[in-house]
Design a protein around this ligand. Structure first.
Ligand code: PAN
Ligand code: ZN
Length: 191
């Protein structure tokens, strides 16, 4: 089982394999199945039915060994598989950083986007390979896969930022992303 490294962290090199969606040496790997996304999709009836039938893997996150500790700069690659639940695109759970700090996402493969919400304003930023998405401090963020293949991106964030998933369940994300015959359709997020 892989894990985060223990400080002090020595200067080192990390090998990024965009195709495999991996970082080597790697720290923890997280697998999120549909059942882990309770409360995220609009159509709860279809969500429950798909959870009890195939409960597919929606996304995975492979981290480097750099720990989530103050002054460190952890990285991870998220791979969101293609698909939807009741027409709503496969997505990450989405979170706020309790210690408001910025973050960058760098597109590696596939096509997707970041839904961002600061509690009032909402934005959608498309990410394709080579594009950097900037998430300013105080903006909750959720990623979606808007294409027909796996969508992969590298995330780099301050180690003290933390992850608050409850904020999104309470406040929503401002926007929901759907696929209409392969075309991205954004709708207001009604709480
Ligand atoms: C990313 C996310 C990753 C998975 O590394 O943690 O894409 O999304 P959830 O954490 O919302 O499940 C990031 O934004 N880190 O801060
Ligand atoms: Zn984040």
């Amino acid at each position: 089982m892989t894990s985060f490294a223990v400080p002090p962290i020595n200067p080192h090199q990390i090998f990024l394999d965009a195709n495999a969606g991996s970082l080597t040496p790697s720290g923890p790997t997280l697998i999120r199945r549909l059942s882990d996304l309770a409360g995220c999709f609009e159509n709860n009836e279809i969500f429950e039915s798909e959870v009890s039938s195939t409960n597919p893997i929606v996304y995975q996150v492979i981290s480097s060994t750099v720990p989530e500790l103050p002054r460190e700069l952890p990285q991870s690659i998220t791979t969101i598989f293609p698909g939807n639940c009741g027409g709503e695109l496969y997505m990450t759970k989405g979170h706020q950083h309790p210690d408001p700090q910025g973050e960058i996402y760098f597109g590696l493969e596939g096509i997707g986007g970041i839904i961002m919400f600061d509690g009032k304003e909402k934005k959608y930023v498309e990410i394709t390979p080579g594009k950097i998405g900037y998430i300013p401090p105080g903006w909750a963020h959720r990623s979606v896969n808007s294409g027909g293949e796996a969508y992969k991106f590298l995330a780099v964030y301050p180690g003290s930022a933390g992850h608050d998933y409850g904020w999104v369940l309470e406040n929503g994300m401002g926007l929901r992303a759907f696929s209409d015959g392969g075309k991205l359709v954004l709708k207001d997020f009604i709480i």
